[in-house]
Every structure is written in C-alpha cells, then in structure tokens.
Design a binder for this molecule. Structure first.
Ligand SMILES: *[C@@H]1O[C@H](CO)[C@@H](O)[C@H](O)[C@H]1NC(C)=O
Ligand SMILES: *[C@@H]1O[C@H](CO)[C@@H](O)[C@H](O)[C@H]1NC(C)=O
Ligand SMILES: *[C@@H]1O[C@H](CO)[C@@H](O)[C@H](O)[C@H]1NC(C)=O
Ligand SMILES: *[C@@H]1O[C@H](CO)[C@@H](O)[C@H](O)[C@H]1NC(C)=O
Ligand SMILES: *[C@@H]1O[C@H](CO)[C@@H](O)[C@H](O)[C@H]1NC(C)=O
Ligand SMILES: *[C@@H]1O[C@H](CO)[C@@H](O)[C@H](O)[C@H]1NC(C)=O
Ligand SMILES: *[C@@H]1O[C@H](CO)[C@@H](O)[C@H](O)[C@H]1NC(C)=O
Ligand SMILES: *[C@@H]1O[C@H](CO)[C@@H](O)[C@H](O)[C@H]1NC(C)=O
Length: 438
C-alpha cells in the first residue's frame, strides 16, 4: 500500500513536471493529420468541437489514442459534449508511444499522465492511464483508477512524427470510473451561482442588475466565454472611478468581459488574432489580445491587462475564467500615464488590517489617488452627485433593466441606459462586500 502511494506520488511529480514543460509553438496539426484518415473523421470533428485540437497542437511529446467512427458514434450517442470532452482528454497521453515502445513496455506495465489530469478536475487517479503488455502481442489500455479493467486494446499505429506526436488506434474508449455521470449538461449551468462560488460576487451582481447576464445566456447555447474579475479586482487601488461611467458604458464594460465563442484555456493560449468581445460592434473595437508566457495567460485591453487566474468552468460550449483585474477598454478609458511616484501608499501597518480600512481604496470615492487618470474619455458626468463612501444603500436600482434586445446586436450598448443608477450600485456593492467580510 505504502509502496503504491509512493509510486503514485512519484508519478504525480513527474506529471507535474510534464505539465510544466508545455511548449508553445509546435509544428503539428492534429486536424490535418487525422484528415487523411476518413475512418477517424468523427473523432477529428469532436476534437475540433471540444477545442481539444488546440490543446494537442500546443503540446509536444504526446500520443493521441483514437477509435473509428462507428465506435465513437456509439459512445457519444448518449453523452453530453462536456462529457465527451473529458473522455477524449483521457485519450491524449502526455508521452510519446509508438508501436515499438508499446510492445516493449519496461516491466510490462506503465502508468502515464493524460490531458485530463492537467485540468485539475481529475479525481483520484482518473487522470492517468494504465498501459499493460498483455501477452501474445496484445497491449491493453485502461484507467489507472483502482478497479478499472484494461478493456481497450491496441489496434494499430496510425501516424508518427517522432518524438512529437503519435496517433494510435484502440478498439474501445477508455472510461474512467465516475466520468460518465460527472458532467451536467452545460445548459444546466447556473452562471451566477458558479461565479459567486468562484469569488466573483461583485461582477455577478453587476451583470445581474444590468441585465447583461441575459445577453450572456442568450449566446451560451452556441458558445460563451466569460472573463470574470475577482472581487479583489473591484477593490484594487489602481481601478479608475467606475462611477463616472454612464449606464450604457457600464453595460459595454460588462459585455467587454465576454465573448460569444467557446474559448477554453488551451485555445486561449493559442489565440493569435484579437478576440472579439460581446461589446465589439465594429471590427477592431472593444477587442482583447492575449499574451502567453509559459503557462501564464494575460489578457490585454490596451489600457490595462489582467492575468487569467483560474478556470471556473470548462463545459463545452461555455468557458468561464476568473481574472485578476477589471479589463478597461480603450474605448471607455484613457491609458494611464506612467505611475506617479506614489504618495506613500497608506502606510497602514496597523495591527488589524480591517476590511473597513481598505474601503476608501475601493472603486468609489477614493480621494483621487491617481492624478491625470480622469478615466472617462466620453462625456464626463458633472459631479452633481455627492459620493459619501457608505451612504444611501437603499434600493440600488429601480428594477433591473435587461437589455431590450438580448439576441440582437449585443454590441450596441446605447440602449437601456435609462434606469440604472450606476454609482449607487457600486456604492451598495462596496458596502455589501465589506459588510460581507465583517
Ligand atoms: C518536433 O517539434 C519540434 C519543436 O516544436 C520541431 O522543431 C520539429 O520540427 C518537430 N519535428 C517534426 C518532425 O515535425
Ligand atoms: C490545422 O489544420 C486545419 C485543417 O487543415 C486548419 O483548418 C487549421 O487552421 C490548422 N490549425 C492551425 C493552428 O494551423
Ligand atoms: C443513456 O443514459 C441513460 C441514463 O443516463 C440510460 O438509462 C440509458 O440506458 C442510456 N442509453 C444508452 C443507449 O446507453
Ligand atoms: C495496470 O493494471 C493492471 C491490471 O489491473 C495491474 O495489474 C497493474 O499493476 C497496473 N499497472 C500499474 C503500473 O499500476
Ligand atoms: C471500428 O473499430 C471496431 C473496433 O476495433 C471494429 O470492430 C469495427 O469493425 C471497426 N469499424 C470499421 C468500419 O472499421
Ligand atoms: C442560480 O443561482 C442563484 C444563486 O446564486 C439563484 O438565485 C438562481 O435562482 C439560480 N438560477 C437558476 C436558473 O436556477
Ligand atoms: C492633476 O492634473 C491636472 C492636469 O492633468 C492638473 O491641472 C492638476 O493640478 C493635477 N492635480 C494634482 C493634485 O497634481
Ligand atoms: C446603436 O443603436 C442606436 C439606436 O438603435 C443607433 O442609432 C446607433 O447608430 C447604434 N450604434 C452603433 C455603434 O451601432
């Protein structure tokens, strides 16, 4: 038992090393490779739909276990696309196995890491595959999870580009225990509760109160990616005063944090062109660019940038990321001048860093910490409204105003800007989140 645990630990360490060694530019294109084999066209099609193709193309030293169209069709008939993605990701081995190597497995059995393990969702050893040399020239594949059978047999070697990628056919899918029951259909995903759980309560309240959530939901059946700023992002000192935005601008800002395409992490890393957001109404406006450095992904708005902190959801066709900063589009904000030598940033080495103490640095009513960043390019609102930090929490909005026309041109944010009292929302939010902490 102990030996098994130790072995597993070593395997996991090796796996981590492999995961860390993700390469950026690799020459192969799995779609192209498989397109030469019509018998795997369904498999190929699912790799594209689930965007696993981007993951595969972004990695080196891998093996893809494929099965033919009839086997795959039979299997997928009863599964949601998100479950299919999980199962297929177990068939992408993060090591290079050609026929030679498969027929000469040292010790007759080996456990190897799969792409599924890299998602962080694999429970126990479901992210690993056991390859065992069954006698008589047969090689069996199965989940490494305890009690799994080696049901899937090696059929043939399909294509090798040593030692970058190997494609091998097996006769049956490898099904890890618990996988098939694991995935709720993505239509059942409750975006708001998921975002709240992920630590994006402020953002959730904003998209709910403004009706932008409805727009997200209207595209979600075809594809949706949300970049949700964490709660900390809304209280960070560098954030311009969002109170000065008009209602329509707040809607644009929130639409800017989503795209109507399914872009999971692996695809985000391989994105080359700017990403159109839901706020994009004219080519080149309100778009985002992506910078990848090793395994770290950063979104760049033109004014600021934000690291992608974690994946809150990857359930085809919906992908939700938690990000570290509010993304500020150039269409709404001017680029900040180089940081002014900060006037001793609150040397509050107080004994108790009470949340209330940090409140003034939040998005509202900060006593102009950064000069020259008067963030709004478009008509600044005359400062008619006094902005006491914690006053008037009553009724943040008079009834949510869902955008009139969610399915239509979502890029035009100039509608529905009549009801919402944005500054009050923000005030209320700040207050709520602070009292939540206390
Ligand atoms: C294998 O990958 C490396 C690194 O990406 C690349 O330089 C090389 O050309 C590839 N080999 C083949 C045969 O494509
Ligand atoms: C891979 O090949 C397919 C089909 O040839 C092509 O449509 C796709 O753009 C290629 N992907 C990349 C990343 O080059
Ligand atoms: C499909 O799934 C349902 C429940 O998940 C199950 O009862 C049914 O037998 C399955 N059908 C097939 C063909 O596997
Ligand atoms: C792989 O599975 C077989 C059969 O269950 C088992 O005997 C073998 O020990 C496993 N291999 C490893 C490395 O755990
Ligand atoms: C597909 O693969 C299965 C399992 O190897 C095999 O029984 C079946 O004959 C294959 N079908 C075709 C059309 O090749
Ligand atoms: C989603 O979860 C929220 C709680 O976060 C709840 O108020 C709402 O009713 C749920 N929506 C659906 C459609 O179940
Ligand atoms: C802030 O900048 C404006 C012009 O950019 C200048 O007129 C004003 O004096 C500055 N205020 C402070 C406190 O530096
Ligand atoms: C937004 O909609 C209004 C009215 O529907 C229209 O006049 C305006 O041109 C639109 N703006 C853009 C950028 O599409």
């Amino acid at each position: 038992m102990c030996a098994t645990m130790a072995t597993l630990r070593i395997i996991i360490i090796v796996a981590m090393a492999l995961i860390a060694a993700v390469s950026t530019a690799v020459g192969h294109n799995i779609t192209e490779i498989l397109s030469e084999y019509p018998e795997y066209s369904v498999f190929n099609n699912y790799l594209s739909q689930t965007k696993l193709d981007d993951e595969i193309n972004g990695r080196q030293t891998i093996t893809v276990l494929v099965f033919n169209n009839s086997v795959l069709k039979k299997f997928v008939s009863n599964e949601t696309l998100s479950v299919v993605k999980i199962v297929l990701s177990i068939h992408v081995l993060l090591d290079y196995f050609d026929m030679q190597k498969l027929l000469n497995i040292g010790g007759g059995t080996v456990i190897t890491t799969t792409l599924y393990q890299t998602t962080g969702n694999a429970i126990g050893s479901t992210g690993f595959v056991n390859i065992t040399d069954l006698n008589g020239g047969k090689v069996g594949f199965g989940s490494a999870a305890p009690g799994s059978k080696l049901d899937s047999l090696f059929i043939k070697s399909v294509k090798q580009i040593p030692y970058n990628i190997s494609v091998v056919e097996i006769d049956l899918p490898i099904i890890a225990p618990g996988i098939l029951t694991g995935g709720a259909p993505s239509s059942a995903v409750n975006i708001t509760s998921l975002l709240e759980t992920a630590g994006c309560k402020t953002f959730t309240k904003l998209i709910t109160d403004t009706g932008v959530l409805k727009i997200y939901e209207s595209v979600a059946t075809k594809g949706l990616t949300v970049f949700a700023p964490s709660d900390a992002a809304f209280t960070s000192g560098g954030l311009p005063n969002l109170n000065k935005l008009t209602n329509a601008e707040v809607v644009s800002l929130l639409l800017y944090h989503a795209s109507s395409n399914y872009i999971p992490r692996g695809s985000l890393k391989s994105v080359k062109n700017p990403i159109r957001t839901l706020a994009t109404n004219t080519a080149g406006k309100f778009d985002l660019t992506v910078q990848t450095n090793g395994d770290s992904v950063t979104l760049v708005s033109g004014v600021d940038s934000s690291r992608v902190e974690s994946t809150a959801l990857d359930s085809v066709p919906i992908s939700i990321f938690k990000i570290g900063n509010v993304l500020l589009p150039t269409e709404l904000f001017t680029k900040s001048p180089p940081p002014v030598p900060s006037p001793a940033p609150e040397t509050s080495t107080r004994s108790s860093p009470s949340p209330a103490a940090s409140a003034p640095r939040s998005i509202d009513s900060s006593p102009s910490p950064v000069n020259g960043t008067s963030p709004i390019r478009s008509p600044p609102i005359p400062p008619t409204r006094p902005t006491p930090p914690t006053a008037s929490i009553s009724s943040p909005i008079d009834g949510p105003a869902p955008a009139e026309n969610p399915t239509a041109d979502t890029g035009n944010a100039s509608n529905g800007g009549d009801v919402i009292k944005v500054p009050v929302i923000f005030l209320a939010l700040v207050t709520v989140s602070i009292s939540g902490i206390i």
